[in-house]
Design a protein. Structure first.
Length: 98
């Protein structure tokens, strides 16, 4: 299995929870998670992996390390290269509250 060296962390809001859960399904090769979940793939600005357009906040990351925590669990550590925040997700821009 080839390990992807980049990924996007899309924060889930209540209005897209059910569709985001579909994205977690292990689909066969060639099946689009975006199509299955009826979500929009948006090009990222710093990496090749697309982000989810409906996500209020998304972090574009490159893989730093995978720490095995058990036979079926791992901790994925990444470096955030870019962050996307929808305007309506900003609570206080001056204080940086999202």
């Amino acid at each position: 299995m080839r390990i992807q060296k980049e990924f996007v962390v899309n924060l889930v809001s209540e209005d897209s929870l059910d569709k985001m859960n579909i994205m977690a399904i292990d689909f066969p090769t060639g099946v689009s998670e975006f199509d299955e979940a009826k979500l929009t793939a948006v090009p990222s600005s710093r990496i090749r992996t697309p982000r989810i357009g409906e996500s209020h906040v998304a972090f574009e990351c490159t893989l730093m390390q995978i720490v095995k925590l058990g036979p079926l669990r791992s901790l994925v550590l990444g470096e955030v290269l870019a962050m996307h925040v929808r305007d309506d997700a900003v609570l206080d821009a001056e204080r940086g509250l999202v």
